[in-house]
Design a protein around this ligand. Sequence first.
Ligand SMILES: [Zn+2]
Length: 202
Amino acid sequence: MFHGKCAMCERPGAEQIEHFCPKSIYPERTYLWSNLLLICGDCNHNKIDLDPFNPAAVDGGAALLDPTVDTPEEHIRYDSVTGLSVFVNRQEGVRHRGEKTVIAFHLDRQALSDARHRLFVEIILLLDLLSLPQEPLAERGASFLTELIAPRSPHLAVIRQLLLDPAHQPLITAVATQWPALSARFDELRAIPARSPAHQPR
Ligand SMILES: [Zn+2]
C-alpha cells in the first residue's frame, strides 16, 4: 500500500510499524491490520504514543490525520519555494488537523522541506523541457521524470499538487500530448485513492 515508503513523510526505506492508535492506550488494536502503518524511524520516534483522538495530545484541537483514511491534500499543501507545509482553510486560533499532524511527526523538518522544494524545481524544469518540440535531451528527461513519479518515489504529494494546480495545466497538457506513457501516469496520480472507513475512538 505504501510502496515501501513512510506513511507520514513519504520517504523510501521505511522499516518500522506504527500503531496509529498506540498499543499502550488501545491494547485491543495492537494486531488490528487497519491500525498498522509503515513508518520511518524518524517519524515513529517523533510521535511516541500520542493518542490520535485525544484533543490535548498536541496543543489542543482536533485529531491527527490518518493517511489511510484522510485525504492529506485536503488539509496540507506545500509551498513550492520553501517546501514547508501550508494548512488549507486554517482559522486563526483553531488548531488545524494538518498542523497538528505536522507538529506531531515533525513533517516540516529541514531534510523534508528541502527535498520537497527540490522536487518542485526538478519537475517544473522537466515539464518545460518535455513540452519543447524536438528537444534533443527529451528522451533522457522523460526517463528521469518517469523515475520521479514512480509509485516508489518520495513525496508524490508534491507531484499530485502540481498536476492538480490549474496554473500548470497548459504545460502538463502539452507534455501529456507528446508523451502518452507519462500522460497515463499523470492520470493515475491525479485520481484520489480509495480510503478505508474511518478509525473510531473507543
Ligand atoms: Zn517518515
